[in-house]
Ligand binder design. Structure first.
Ligand code: SF4
Length: 76
C-alpha cells in the first residue's frame, strides 16, 4: 500500500461539495465547503485562509478566480 502524505490523506477524507474553475483548488490556503455540509451559504466554494488574514474570506462560486497574488501551490 502506497504511503500518503498528510495533504493526500486529507484529500481522501475532506471531500469538497463543489467543483469549479477557481485556481484556489490548487492552493494551500483554500478551506473548502465539505460535501453534505448544511451550514455555509449555497454560493461559496469555501474560504480563503490567507487573504484578509486573520479573518477568512468567502470564495464565491460565481466569481471565478483565475489568478491570485497570494497563490501558494499545493505539492503533488
Ligand atoms: S490565496 Fe488566492 S488562490 Fe489561494 S485560496 Fe486564497 S484567493 Fe484562492
Amino acid at each position: 500500500m502506497a504511503e500518503l502524505t498528510p495533504e493526500e490523506f486529507l484529500d481522501t477524507v475532506l471531500v469538497p461539495e463543489k467543483k469549479s474553475d477557481h485556481i484556489c483548488w490548487q492552493c494551500r490556503s483554500l478551506k473548502p465547503v465539505l460535501k453534505g455540509s448544511k451550514f455555509p451559504p449555497a454560493d461559496i466554494i469555501g474560504w480563503c485562509m490567507k487573504i484578509h488574514w486573520p479573518d477568512y474570506w468567502c470564495v464565491a462560486d460565481f466569481n471565478v478566480i483565475k489568478k491570485c497574488y497570494a497563490f501558494d501551490a499545493r505539492k503533488k
